[in-house]
Design a protein around this ligand. Structure first.
Ligand code: 5GP
Ligand code: MG
Length: 178
C-alpha cells in the first residue's frame, strides 16, 4: 500500500507564495519580464505565484522533461516550445522542482540561445540531493526545500495522478503500485 503524507499544507503554500511574489515584484519592477512556465508540473504553482507578481509581464510556457514514470532518464526532451520571442526580455523560468537540475539547465541554455537579456529560475521545491554534473546547481528563488523523497500534489504527479491535490505531499513507497 502506498502511504502519502503531507509536507506543506494549503496555508503554508499560500503564505510562502505571497512572500515570494513580493520579492519577485521588487526585483523585476520596471524590467521587461517574460515568465516561462515549465509544463505540466509548474502550472498550479505558476498560476498562484504569478498573480502575486505585480509588474507588467508576459506569460509563456514550454513543455520539457526528463522523467519517465518516477525515474529521471537524464535526457531532456522539448515537447513544445515558446510562443513569444524572448529577445530583449528578461526571462523567469518557473518550474516545479529542482532535482538533478538537468531540465532547468537545458531550458535555461535554450532561452539564452534565443537571446534573452537574462534568464533566472524560480522553483517551487528544491530537492536536497546531489545534482548531476550537467545540472543547474541552484535556483535563484525557491519556495521550499524538500528532502530526497518522491513528491506529489500541487502540480506534481505520479503517472499523471495527484496533480490537482492542493497540498505538497510525499510518497513513502514510490515505484510500488501508484
Ligand atoms: P531534473 O531535471 O531536475 O532532475 O528534474 C526535474 C523534473 O523532474 C521536475 O520538473 C519534475 O517534473 C520531475 N521530478 C523531479 N523530482 C520529482 C518528484 O519528487 N516528484 C515528481 N512528481 N516529479 C519530480
Ligand atoms: Mg517538470
Amino acid at each position: 500500500m502506498n502511504i502519502i503524507r503531507t509536507l506543506f499544507s494549503k496555508p503554508d503554500i499560500d503564505n510562502r507564495i505571497r512572500a515570494l511574489g513580493q520579492e519577485l515584484t521588487e526585483f523585476y519592477q520596471g524590467k521587461p519580464l517574460t515568465a516561462v512556465v515549465l509544463l505540466n508540473g509548474a502550472m498550479f504553482f505558476a498560476a498562484d505565484l504569478l498573480r502575486h507578481v505585480k509588474t507588467e509581464l508576459f506569460v509563456d510556457s514550454v513543455c520539457a522533461g526528463s522523467y519517465v514514470g518516477n525515474q529521471s532518464s537524464g535526457q531532456v526532451n522539448f515537447r513544445s516550445g515558446l510562443k513569444l520571442p524572448v529577445t530583449s526580455r528578461h526571462v523567469l523560468l518557473v518550474d516545479d522542482i529542482l532535482d538533478t537540475g538537468v531540465t532547468l539547465a537545458a531550458v535555461k541554455a535554450e532561452m539564452e540561445k534565443q537571446g534573452a537579456l537574462s534568464v533566472r529560475t524560480c522553483v517551487m521545491l528544491d530537492k536536497k540531493r546531489q545534482r548531476s554534473a550537467a545540472g543547474l546547481a541552484s535556483a535563484d528563488w525557491c519556495a521550499f526545500e524538500v528532502p530526497d523523497v518522491y513528491i506529489v500534489g500541487y502540480g506534481l504527479d505520479a503517472d499523471e495522478l495527484y496533480r490537482n491535490d492542493p497540498e505538497i505531499k510525499y510518497m513513502e513507497n514510490p515505484g510500488r503500485e501508484l
